[in-house]
Write a protein that binds this ligand. Structure first.
Ligand SMILES: Nc1ncnc2c1ncn2[C@@H]1O[C@H](COP(=O)(O)OP(=O)(O)O)[C@@H](O)[C@H]1O
Ligand SMILES: [Mg+2]
Length: 343
C-alpha cells in the first residue's frame, strides 16, 4: 500500500495484515517485558495472545498502537512500518478495547461511539448514523440505548458499546485486551458468541489478549502461547494447539482436559454416518449438524444415549455414535474457526 492509504477513512479497505518483527520492550527500570517477539496475523484473522500474568501480553498489544514504544524491532501494518507514523494519528485507525471499557461517563452512548469519527472530522449526521448502525450490529436497539449514559447499562452492554466505539471509524485493526474478563461467566459466554458473529460480518484483523484458554479456543483463528518475557512457545490454530502441543509447557498450559476442548473445535459433520432410508430415528437426542463433537457428547450424556441424530433445518442428516467421539484424528485439517464455519 502507499504511504497515505492507511490515512484514508471509510470502507475502502476493512482489514490489514499485521507483522511484528523482533519487537522488544525494556522498561527504563531495566525490566525486559518483551525480549524478542515476532508474529504474523493475516488480514481478517483473529489472533489470540495467551500466557501467564506478567508475560508481556499487554505490552505487546500496546506496542501495536504505540501506547508503548518498542525498544527494538519493527511493526508493519499491510507492509508499512507504523513506527514511522504519528502515534496519535495512527491510533485513530486502530480500534482498542480494554477490560473496563473506559466509556466517558458524562457522554451518552451515541456520543461515546462517535469519539473517533468526531476527531476525524466526520459531519454530525454521518456520525449519528454510524453510531446507530453499530449499536444494531452489537445487538443494542439504538432507539432504547443511544441516549442513555454508561451507568444506565449493564457491564455486558457497556462492553458491547466499547466494541462499537472501537469499530466506529472502520479501523484497519482491532486490539482487545481481556475484553470480556470483567463480566460474569454467563454474560461472557453470550458476548463471545455475539462477538464471533460480529467478526464474521466485519472481518477485522484482531489481536485479542486473554488468560482464559477456553476463550482463546473459542475465539481464535490462531493462538499464540507466550511465556515470560514475551517468549513465543507456539502459534497455531486452536485444534492443532490442542491436538499437538509442541512442548510440555504448552501441553500443561492448555490443560489435562484438552481432549474435551478439542471436541469443542471439531466439527460434527465429518463424523456423521448416513441415516438409512426409513430407519427409526424417534427418541434419539438431536443436535444441529453444524455443531461440534462436544455438542454430540453433551447430548449423549444428557439422554444417556449411544447415538445422536444430527439435523439441519429440522431434517435428519446423519447419526453420530459414541465411537466417533474417540475417533478424532490426532492431527486433522480443520484448523480455524473460519474453516469450521465453512464446512
Ligand atoms: N511501566 C512499567 N515499568 C516497568 N515494568 C513494567 C511496566 N509495565 C509493565 N511492566 C512489567 O512488564 C512485564 C509485562 O507486563 P504486561 O505486559 O502488563 O503483562 P501481561 O499483560 O501479560 O500480564 C511485567 O513483568 C510487568 O511487571
Ligand atoms: Mg495484561
Amino acid at each position: 500500500m502507499d504511504a497515505t492509504a492507511i490515512n484514508e477513512p471509510g470502507p475502502a479497505r476493512s482489514a490489514a495484515s499485521i507483522t511484528l518483527e523482533n519487537i522488544g520492550k525494556t522498561y527504563p527500570d531495566g525490566t525486559v517485558a518483551v525480549g524478542d517477539f515476532s508474529l504474523e496475523v493475516g488480514a481478517g484473522d483473529l489472533a489470540v495472545l495467551i500466557g501467564p500474568s506478567g508475560c508481556g501480553k499487554s505490552t505487546i498489544l500496546r506496542m501495536i498502537n504505540r501506547l508503548i514504544e518498542p525498544t527494538s524491532g519493527r511493526i508493519l501494518i499491510d507492509g508499512q512500518n507504523i513506527l514511522d507514523r504519528n502515534p496519535v494519528e495512527l491510533r485513530r485507525h486502530i480500534g482498542y478495547v480494554i477490560q473496563n471499557v473506559g466509556l466517558f461517563p458524562h457522554q451518552n452512548i451515541r456520543t461515546n461511539i462517535g469519539t473517533v469519527p468526531r476527531l476525524l472530522g466526520w459531519d454530525k449526521k454521518k456520525i449519528n448514523e454510524r453510531a446507530d448502525e453499530l449499536l444494531e450490529l452489537v445487538g443494542l436497539d439504538p432507539s432504547r440505548y443511544a441516549k442513555r449514559y454508561p451507568h444506565e447499562l449493564s457491564g455486558g452492554q457497556r462492553q458491547r458499546v466499547g466494541v462499537a466505539r472501537a469499530l466506529a471509524a472502520d479501523p484497519l485493526v482491532l486490539l482487545m485486551d481481556e475484553p470480556f474478563s470483567a463480566v460474569d461467566p454467563i454474560a461472557r459466554g453470550r458476548l463471545q458468541e455475539e462477538f464471533l458473529k460480529l467478526q464474521a460480518t466485519v472481518r477485522k484483523t484482531i489481536v485479542l489478549v486473554t488468560h482464559d484458554i477456553d476463550e482463546a479456543v473459542r475465539l481464535g483463528d490462531r493462538i499464540a502461547v507466550l511465556a515470560e518475557g514475551g517468549r513465543l512457545l507456539q502459534y497455531a490454530p486452536p485444534a492443532e494447539l490442542l491436538s499437538r502441543p509442541d512442548s510440555v509447557a504448552v501441553g500443561d498450559f492448555v490443560g489435562a482436559d484438552r481432549g474435551i476442548r478439542r471436541l469443542a473445535v471439531t466439527p460434527l459433520r465429518p463424523a456423521l454416518r448416513p441415516v438409512e432410508e426409513g430407519a427409526a430415528t424417534d427418541g434419539r437426542p438431536v443436535v444441529e449438524a453444524d455443531g461440534t463433537l462436544y455438542d454430540a457428547l453433551a447430548a449423549m450424556l444428557a439422554a444417556d444415549a449411544t447415538e445422536v441424530l444430527a439435523v439441519e433445518d429440522g431434517r435428519p442428516v446423519g447419526l453420530v455414535s459414541r465411537a466417533a467421539l474417540f475417533d478424532v484424528p490426532k492431527a486433522f485439517d480443520v484448523p480455524t474457526n473460519e474453516a469450521e464455519a465453512a464446512v
